[in-house]
Design a protein around this ligand. Sequence first.
Ligand code: MN3
Length: 201
Amino acid sequence: MYTLPDLPYDLQALEPYISGDIMKLHYTKHHQGYIDKLNDVLAGAPQALKGLPLVQLLRQLDQVPGPIRTAVRNQGGGHYNHSLFWQCMTPGGRQLQGELAKQIAKKYGSFEEFQRIFTERALGVFGSGWVWLMPDLSITTTANQDSPVMDGQDEPILALDVWEHAYYLDYKNVRADYITQWWRVVNWSAVADRYRAMRVE
Ligand code: MN3
């Protein structure tokens, strides 16, 4: 059984950039919903697929029986992606420093240029999806609740949810405004920790 991970801050803590109303809906309804449906669908799955670490489950979707594969992909991806997304934010945000700052500046010319390109990619996602910063510092996007780990890639170090449910209550349909404000709550120290951990593996 998968369970909802604790949120590392209060639901209102990201205000005024992301409201408590959005967080409540997003965390306690959407994220919990993915987990409940994942547990439901796995109830009928082969024993070998039960109780796996989530990343491992998503990396072997080809072994999930056809009739439940799409559900495991969508609900399992939803659980994985949101679990990472919450870790990527913190009240007031954190400055990007150290080796990750250096490497991003090296790859993109400047942090501002990196932000511009990441934002551009986020605005380019048609419909619902995600934007990712990978451990090699490339930027990639996925549709729906897909995750790079489903293609055998490394785990991302930064996640941005661009589903309308992530911002509609605060920003209506204006994704650009949401992203501008989202940058203010990015937890770069957590992202740098993930970067370091991925690099030494
Ligand atoms: Mn979401």
